[in-house]
Design a protein around this ligand. Structure first.
Ligand SMILES: Nc1ncnc2c1ncn2[C@@H]1O[C@H](COP(=O)(O)OP(=O)(O)O)[C@@H](O)[C@H]1O
Ligand SMILES: [Mg+2]
Length: 272
């Protein structure tokens, strides 16, 4: 699958937020903290690039910057040769059909008032308005079947489903436009371990089938170890280590990576 084509290149990405500070806080340099601090990396077509790090280290901010759902304070993003950071918001919206996100909380990310068929078909309605309603329905039910949901799911509402099924709905919605890159931000952290493991298997099958490239974000090293081809270890807004998954898991270089590994005895590398 991997053909060594660079799909996305992020250079020197930065995002600062105000520290604490209510409505009357004065804005000055020292009131800012660096949520993402000079992060650079490339994602190659076909790979699963994983970012692992503890809660609050800046993973979600970084992920959302790649889609410009959060505006970077500095740095550059080039996706398929286009500089995303230079696009107008209309151009960026058009580009998002190639760049989709799967969210952590499968319930909060689905509109409770929409039927599953509408949720999954909505991106088609936006990006392919000329599609006939029959075609739209066919593509929607094919995608629902593919993620393991039956025919009757289409007419139901998100609250009628389990967490794992809701995440399948979110995945169907993210994939309906056949994106190139899928950014999955903690896709299994709201799920039981066994349900989460199944979800990761499904994501891997879909990757093969649709030729997808993944950016997978997780605070969990076992999750990352299950699917990553390369791993970046993030701490306090920075990447402290980046390498081939096997290398990072079996020969960690940074002391922080060693600490993360030591905390998960079930991973074979932990004893190293
Ligand atoms: N919109 C925001 N305004 C202010 N601070 C934020 C905002 N979003 C995130 N933060 C802070 O930035 C840091 C990184 O957050 P986040 O990117 O969500 O980390 P992670 O996904 O790794 O848990 C945290 O300290 C968080 O509280
Ligand atoms: Mg997060």
């Amino acid at each position: 699958m991997t053909n060594h084509e660079i799909l996305l290149q992020a250079s020197n990405l930065r995002k600062n937020y105000h520290r604490g500070g209510g409505a009357f806080a004065q804005s000055s340099e020292r009131d800012q903290f660096k949520a993402v601090d000079d992060v650079s990396f490339q994602i190659t077509a076909g790979e699963t690039f994983a970012i692992v790090g503890e809660s609050g280290c800046g993973k979600t901010t970084l992920a959302r910057m790649l889609l410009r759902l959060v505006e970077p304070d500095g740095g550059k993003i080039i996706f398929q040769g286009r500089e995303l950071t230079a696009l107008s918001s209309a151009e960026m919206r058009a580009e998002r059909r190639q760049l989709q996100m799967v969210f952590q909380d499968p319930y909060a990310s689905l509109n409770p008032r929409m039927r599953v068929s509408e949720i999954v078909a909505e991106p088609l309605a936006i990006h392919e308005p000329k599609l006939s309603s029959i075609e739209r329905r066919e593509r929607t039910s094919a995608m629902l079947r593919r993620v393991g949901l039956n025919e009757e799911s289409a007419a139901r509402y998100p609250h009628e489903f389990s967490g794992g099924q809701r995440q399948r709905i979110g995945i169907a919605r993210a994939l309906i436009l056949r994106p190139k890159l899928v950014v999955a931000d903690e896709p299994v952290s709201a799920l039981d371990v066994s349900v989460g493991a199944q979800m990761l298997v499904l994501l891997q099958e879909l990757q093969q089938e649709f030729g997808l490239t993944y950016l997978l974000i997780s605070h969990s090293l076992p999750v990352v170890a299950q699917v990553a081809t390369r791993i970046a270890v993030m701490r306090a807004g920075k990447f402290v280590e980046l390498g081939e998954a096997e290398q990072v898991l079996s020969h960690p270089q940074h002391v922080y990576t060693k600490e993360l590994l030591a905390a998960v005895p079930e991973l074979p590398a932990a004893s190293a």
